[in-house]
Ligand binder design. Structure first.
Ligand code: NAP
Length: 284
């Protein structure tokens, strides 16, 4: 029987722990405030932003909203981010991606102060992650580490294969698994004989953005499979990059979609927000 890794339950556990921690820090006069910036009215972004603000309210983190029109110029957005960098009331800054095509996302990410970079996308945060320094962790991969640890799955010494090398999932995932002493392989669209490589994995992490691409032929018997993908199927239901029905019987543990990796991303964003007010002594 495969273990179903319950991201809904684990993310709730983390949010409850953070809520208690935030209340303790508040009692000592430390208050977190997240500035959430959205440009335009992309419906998916609006849902993400709403959920992030709801999570802040649950945990006891203040949030400030900046809803800017689609026509906002890059210079106007840079000016706002600089203003938020300088605002002592604001501890964390989140600019919801994607931005409209006329705005250079990289420039905006680099304008956010690394000390307020709760998404963990700034090159300074990425560098800190790779050299093992304390810093903001990219939320989705950090959530996957929590899913594994809190489900009792050991990473140390395991063959970990990641499918996908994006800056937001695949690459930071590799750094975090290395930090946990996994043996890590990163694959991508130019990888030769992908099935042979993924077939070695004790822990297989899939982030390719292709609906139900990974079938049982890619998976070693008894592997742990983590599915980062998120798609709307023809039947209107959500599904992942992994063909769950085909793969699940061959695994020892697997994440569902929805209810696996998805809910963890916001929980870890909240962890980064609380991190902005943790003193040296409270750092886990
Ligand atoms: P991305 O930026 O599109 O990157 C996809 C990666 O997969 C690329 O590195 C690409 O290789 C690789 N790839 C594509 N086709 C492949 C193939 N046939 N064989 C091997 N590798 C292949 O995607 P992403 O942003 O990492 O997102 C991946 C998925 O996760 C999407 O479905 C996204 O919606 C989802 N997601 C979910 C969450 C969450 O919170 N649950 C968060 C982020 C993303 P190349 O580099 O060679 O092009």
């Amino acid at each position: 029987m495969s273990q179903l890794i319950d991201g809904k339950m684990i993310s709730q556990q983390i949010k409850d722990e953070l809520r208690e921690e935030a209340a303790r820090l508040k009692a000592r006069g430390r208050n977190a405030c997240l500035a959430v910036v959205q440009v335009g009215e992309d419906p998916a972004s609006t849902v993400y932003v709403r959920n992030k603000k709801k999570a802040c309210a649950y945990i006891g983190i203040d949030s400030k909203s900046y809803e800017l029109p689609e026509e906002t110029t890059e210079e106007e957005l840079v000016a706002l981010v600089k203003e938020l960098n300088a605002d002592a009331q604001v501890n964390g800054i989140l600019v919801q991606l994607p931005l409209p095509a006329h705005i250079d996302e990289d420039r905006i990410i680099r304008t956010i102060s690394p000390e307020k970079d709760v998404d963990g996308f700034h090159p300074v945060s990425v560098g800190r992650l790779w050299i093992g320094e304390k810093g903001f962790l990219s939320c989705t991969p950090a959530g996957i580490i929590q899913l594994l640890k809190r489900s009792g799955i050991e990473i140390e010494g395991k063959e970990c294969v990641i499918v996908g090398r994006s800056n937001i999932v695949g690459k930071p995932m590799a750094a975090l698994l290395l930090r946990e002493n996994g043996t890590v392989t990163v694959t991508h669209s130019r990888t030769k004989d992908l099935k042979n490589v993924t077939g070695r994995a004790d822990i297989l992490i899939v982030a390719i953005g292709r609906k139900k691409y990974i079938t049982s032929e890619y998976v070693k018997e008894g592997a742990v499979v983590i599915d980062v993908g998120m798609h709307r199927g023809e039947d209107g239901r959500l599904c992942g990059d992994v063909d769950f029905a085909d793969v699940e019987p061959h695994t020892s543990a697997i994440t569902p979609v929805p209810g696996g990796v998805g809910p963890m991303t916001i929980a870890m964003l909240m962890d980064n927000c609380v991190e902005t007010i943790r003193g040296q002594e409270e750092r886990p």
